[in-house]
Design a protein around this ligand. Structure first.
Ligand code: TPP
Length: 663
């Protein structure tokens, strides 16, 4: 192997050697611990260390890295205390994730490392988001994300690279091509000759290098870093290497032809570098021995420290509390304090717009992203005029890539920005689902960073838009701890809840019913105010039957009440579906003893099932009849207006009420 020292001095080369040897020796120790059953799972990076180490050394310590499961060298090269890393791998309370995460699935803001989720590809967009933050701040920084060659087959790879190219983001995408994705060889993974060939297709530069040569890796990434900062562009690097052990330690290597191990053994990154240092008289055997001895001792001392960690303290209260970041107290008035005199009549759509507009003024760090939201003003014109007011840096048209945009919003939040993502229609959230439910929702519980992101979801049926522009999919998210799910029914709530959602540091799914946008009007305070998340609204009180509902259901219920003045209806508008306002639900059940839960979402698995279960569990003694769910049919949303009317829950509301009255 050819090493080119360029202008690196001897001491620097020795430092590189130490940095390269450290993860190798830690891993050798880990393999012993694994055999002793003291750690649960281990993905070996043996033979690939030059990539993680070389890349990290080429960056500044405050530049974000998005590593994967084989990148121990990133963590060691960022000087994370080894005892704490051991505690993490052992599953100790005082590791990096409160014993909630395993192996390398954790991050740490102080070290500018963003923890992976198992799904691999999502890391790439987060790196793009951090790069966007650097660009917006005018900082001279890059971010760097790792991908295996297997991970490049994921849509996330395409979306992140394409968006980074279109937005000119200073981010380095680094592929570690180690020959196999679990047992899948490259011939069954992709058809292009080299993965780096894809760079041209994205309109970015790319280079393929020997990933086992620490000096090539270091020098290439150093140069690419300067290029990305200078040109404000992304870059793709493919590092050729080989996985010398099984996918993870239990899975073996039977599918790998043995001669490949022999060939790659000769290219071992640690041994070849050591050999060259000896040859160049930078090191001699004696100093190598001392370095190894030092590292060995360091590992033993740190391991002994790790073994002293206290047993996991199980506290259900703490577990539940850590799912969400605390919401800081603000002096923003809540809607109850808003001055009635200063209300003006607005349609729901205008109230959303006003809430967003005032939030943009309030938060200079708020960035809006979505398809066609800039000059065009968005599919529903909510952001019309925003580009002129706030500029294209903060009001960003996106390519059609929901997953990348949600990931970018998370990356922005790592650097102190607030992100608002507009789904063009709530239906399209399905292609951004993974980032929302696995990354945004879980990150605070996993390693303490809150995803400060609001996802606006124009939702619902009633406008003859067919199966893919009409769905109610809020229940996909109410089942996900870590998200908040908000669903206003009136203009006043739409503005106040949107402001509260943007002020909330947690990820909020914000549902806006399209059919209500222009059909519902009401008084809206002029001021910047919040409607508190998690508090239901008592629409009217009554004693015969409770209708517990939200969104369009609120309007169906009030229309029904107006048409049936002889029935005393108690109507609750939930406003927030996660967390639910159980006090308001109980109070309503106490007043009537009979409950219809009404929603536009389909019946099976809808939030109505959850509320019904809670009422029967907690309010059994005050019920006078079974809880009834009034929901839409368990079919996709049909296009024809006649079919749609039959589909919607409204068609069955009277039957449900009559059934309950008969008890
Ligand atoms: C979306 C997704 N599908 C499948 C898996 C299971 N899985 C974990 S790692 C892996 C192979 C990854 O290969 P590659 O990206 O080349 O990285 P390497 O493990 O070789 O470093 C697979 C299939 C996963 N983690 N995520």
């Amino acid at each position: 192997m050819q090493f080119d020292r360029k202008d690196l001095g001897n001491e620097q080369l020795i430092q590189f050697y130490r940095s390269l040897l450290l993860p190798r020796m830690i891993e050798e120790k880990m393999l012993v611990l694994l055999r002793q059953g003291r750690i649960s799972k281990w993905f070996s990076g043996i033979g690939q260390e030059a990539i993680a180490v070389g890349a990290t050394l080429a960056l500044q310590p405050d530049e974000w890295v998005m590593p994967l499961h084989r990148n121990l060298g990133v963590f060691t090269s960022r000087h994370m205390p080894l005892s704490k890393l051991f505690k993490q791998w052992q599953g100790s309370q005082d590791g990096y994730s409160n014993a909630r995460e395993r192996s390398f699935h954790f991050g740490n803001k102080d070290h500018h490392i963003c923890g992976m989720i198992s799904h691999l590809g999502p890391q790439l967009a987060i790196a793009a988001g951090v790069a966007l933050a650097a660009k917006l701040k005018g900082e001279q920084k890059v971010s760097l994300a790792f991908s295996g060659e297997g991970g490049t087959s994921e849509g996330d790879f395409h979306e992140a690279l394409n968006t980074a190219a279109v937005w000119d983001l200073p981010v380095i995408f680094l592929i570690e091509n180690n020959g196999y994705g679990l047992s899948t060889p490259v011939s069954e993974q992709y058809r292009c000759k080299d993965l780096v060939d894809r760079a041209r297709g994205y309109g970015m530069g790319g280079v393929k290098i020997d990933g086992n040569n620490i000096l090539s890796v270091y020098d290439t990434i150093k140069g690419v870093r300067e290029y990305c900062i200078r040109e404000q562009k992304p870059y793709l690097i493919e590092c050729e290497t080989f996985r010398m052990r099984g996918h993870e330690e239990a899975s073996g290597t039977k599918y790998v032809p043995p001669h490949l191990f022999e060939e790659w053994e000769k290219k071992d990154p640690v041994k070849t570098f050591e050999q060259w240092l000896l040859q160049e008289h930078v090191l001699d055997e004696e100093r190598i021995g001392r370095i190894r001895e030092n590292i060995k001792e360091y590992i033993e001392v740190e391991l002994a420290m790790a073994q002293e960690s206290s047993p996991v303290q199980v506290s259900t209260e703490r577990e539940l509390a850590d799912v969400y970041a605390p919401v800081p107290d603000t002096d923003v008035p809540d809607v109850g304090l808003a001055d009635d005199e200063n209300k003006k009549e607005l349609r729901l759509i205008d109230a959303v717009k006003e809430g967003l507009d005032q939030s943009m003024q309030q938060h200079p760090n708020l960035v809006l992203m979505g398809q066609d939201i800039a000059e065009y003003g968005g599919a529903f014109k909510i952001t019309e005029g925003f580009v002129e007011k706030y500029g294209k840096a903060r009001v960003r048209n996106t390519p059609i890539c929901e997953s990348a945009i949600v990931g970018i919003a998370l990356g922005l939040s790592l650097e102190g920005y607030k992100g608002m993502v507009e789904m063009q229609f709530a239906d399209f959230v399905s292609v951004g689902f993974n980032q929302i439910v696995n990354n945004l929702a879980k990150i605070h519980y996993r390693w303490g960073h809150a995803a400060d992101v609001v996802i606006r979801m124009p939702t619902g049926a009633g406008v003859g838009a067919g199966p893919f522009h009409s769905q109610s999919n809020e229940a996909w998210f109410t089942h996900t701890p870590g998200l908040k799910v908000v669903y206003p029914a009136t203009p006043e709530d739409a503005k106040g809840l949107l402001i509260a959602a943007i002020n909330d540091p947690n990820p909020v799914m914000f549902f806006e019913h399209k059919a209500l946008y222009r059909s519902v009007s009401g008084g809206v305070p002029d001021i910047y105010y919040e409607t508190p998340i998690g508090k239901a609204r008592q629409v009217q009180t009554g004693s015969d039957i409770s209708i517990i509902t939200y969104g369009s259901g609120v309007h169906w219920a009030t229309q029904y009440a107006a048409a049936h003045p002889d029935i005393s209806l108690d109507i609750v508008d939930l406003r927030t579906l996660l967390p639910l306002d159980y006090d308001a639900i109980r109070a309503s059940v106490e007043r009537s003893g009979k409950v219809v839960i009404l929603h536009e979402d389909t019946l099976t698995g809808g939030i109505g099932g959850e509320i019904s279960a809670w009422i029967s569990e907690h309010c059994f003694s005050i019920l006078d009849a079974p809880v009834i769910r009034c929901a839409s049919l368990d079919t996709p949303v049909p296009f024809s207006i006649d079919l749609e009317n039959n589909f919607l829950a409204k068609a069955r509301l009277d039957a449900c009420v009559q059934k309950l009255l008969a008890y």
